[in-house]
Design a protein around this ligand. Structure first.
Ligand SMILES: NC(=O)c1ccc[n+]([C@@H]2O[C@H](COP(=O)([O-])OP(=O)(O)OC[C@H]3O[C@@H](n4cnc5c(N)ncnc54)[C@H](OP(=O)(O)O)[C@@H]3O)[C@@H](O)[C@H]2O)c1
Length: 275
C-alpha cells in the first residue's frame, strides 16, 4: 500500500512512517521545516498554509491512503483549514483519509467521552481540531477521525522533556493534579493508525490509553521510569490559575479497541520501570 503521511516529521508522524515502512508499505512523508531521516521514506516539503501545495504533493505521491498528523498549536490555518485541505485533496483523488484529532475537542464537563460524544471545545486549539473534524466528516464520510490524548514515548515527547526539565531544575512550572487525561504510547498509537489505514474502518475512533492519570501522576511515572527525583516535580491545580483549559477529559476508547488488533496500553503499564 502507498501511504502519504502529512506531518511525517513530527513526533507521531515519524513513528507512523517508521512502522509503515517496516511492514513493507511505500511511504511518502511531508515536513514543514526539516525533513526526517528515516531510511526508505520519500520526503516532500509541504506548508499547508500555502493553498494548492497539498494537491501537488498528493499528485506526486499517488497514495492509497493519507494519514494527517500535521498541526501547529495556535495556527488555525494549519490545524483547521490545512486539515480540511488535506481531506479535500485526498478525496479528489479517491484516497482514504485517516485524520488525527484530539481530546482537546472536549470541555471536561462530562468527564468520560466515547466516540458518540459531541465536541464542546474550550480552547482555540480544541476549536480548530473540532472545526477540522466537522468539515472532514461532511466532506469525506468514509474518513477515519482518530482522536487521541497525551502522546508519550520512550523519551522525546514534549511531555517527557518537560518532566525532565522540571526535575532537573532547568525550568519553572507545575504539573497539575486536577488535569486528567488518558495518555497513549506513541508506538501503540502509530500501530493503531497504520492498522486503521490498511483496513476498511470509517468514522470516529478513540485511541486513548485505558489509564486516566493526572499530569502530575504522569510526571511521577515518567520520573520513576527515568530515574529522576519525583519529589522535585512541583504540583499545582489548574483550577487555581486563570489559564483556560479542560480539567478532566477521559477518552473512552473501549469501542474502538474492540475493533483493533493493536492493543493500546495504559500509562501505568507502559511507564512501568524495567527492573
Ligand atoms: N502530542 C500530543 O500529546 C497530542 C495529543 C492529542 C492529539 N495530538 C495530535 O496528534 C497529531 C500529531 O501531534 P505531534 O505531537 O506529533 O505534533 P508535532 O510533533 O508538533 O508534529 C507536527 C507536524 O506538523 C507539521 N506541520 C506544522 N505546521 C505545518 C504546516 N503549516 N504545514 C504542514 N505541516 C506542518 C510539522 O512539520 P515540521 O516539524 O517539519 O515543522 C510536524 O511534522 C496532531 O494532530 C495533534 O493535534 C497530539
Amino acid at each position: 500500500m502507498r501511504i502519504l503521511i502529512v506531518g511525517g516529521s513530527g513526533f507521531l508522524g515519524r513513528e507512523v512512517a517508521r512502522q509503515a515502512t517496516a511492514i513493507g508499505h511505500a511511504v511518502t512523508a511531508t515536513f514543514a521545516s526539516r525533513a526526517g531521516s528515516l531510511p526508505g521514506v520519500h520526503w516532500l516539503p509541504l506548508d499547508l498554509r500555502r493553498t494548492g501545495e497539498i494537491g501537488v504533493v498528493v499528485g506526486e505521491a499517488r497514495p492509497d491512503v493519507v494519514v494527517n498528523a500535521a498541526y501547529r498549536k495556535g495556527d488555525w490555518a494549519t490545524t483547521a483549514d490545512g486539515a480540511i485541505q488535506v481531506a479535500r485533496a485526498a478525496s479528489a483523488r479517491g484516497c482514504r483519509v485517516v485524520h488525527v484529532s484530539s481530546d482537546a475537542v472536549f470541555s471536561g464537563s462530562d468527564v468520560r467521552y466515547d466516540e458518540c460524544a459531541t465536541p464542546d471545545p474550550v480552547t482555540p486549539y480544541g476549536a480548530a481540531k473540532a472545526a477540522a473534524e466537522t468539515a472532514i466528516r461532511l466532506l469525506t464520510p468514509d474518513a477515519v477521525i482518530a482522536r487521541t490524548s497525551l502522546i508519550v514515548g520512550d523519551g522525546g515527547s514534549p511531555h517527557e522533556d518537560f518532566v525532565h526539565e522540571l526535575a532537573e531544575g532547568r525550568r519553572d512550572g507545575v504539573l497539575f493534579t486536577d488535569v486528567i487525561r488518558c495518555p497513549v504510547h506513541v508506538a501503540d498509537l502509530a500501530a493503531a493508525l497504520v492498522e486503521l489505514a490498511a483496513t476498511d474502518h470509517t468514522g470516529m475512533c478513540h485511541l486513548g490509553g485505558p489509564d486516566a492519570v493526572s499530569r502530575h501522576e504522569l510526571g511521577v511515572l515518567i520520573a520513576a521510569r527515568d530515574g529522576l527525583d519525583a519529589a522535585r516535580l512541583p504540583a499545582g491545580r489548574r483550577a487555581d490559575v486563570p489559564t483556560p483549559g479542560a480539567l478532566d477529559v477521559r477518552l473512552d476508547s473501549e469501542r474502538t479497541q474492540r475493533t483493533l488488533r493493536t492493543r493500546l496500553r495504559g500509562a501505568r503499564e507502559f511507564l512501568r520501570r524495567a527492573d
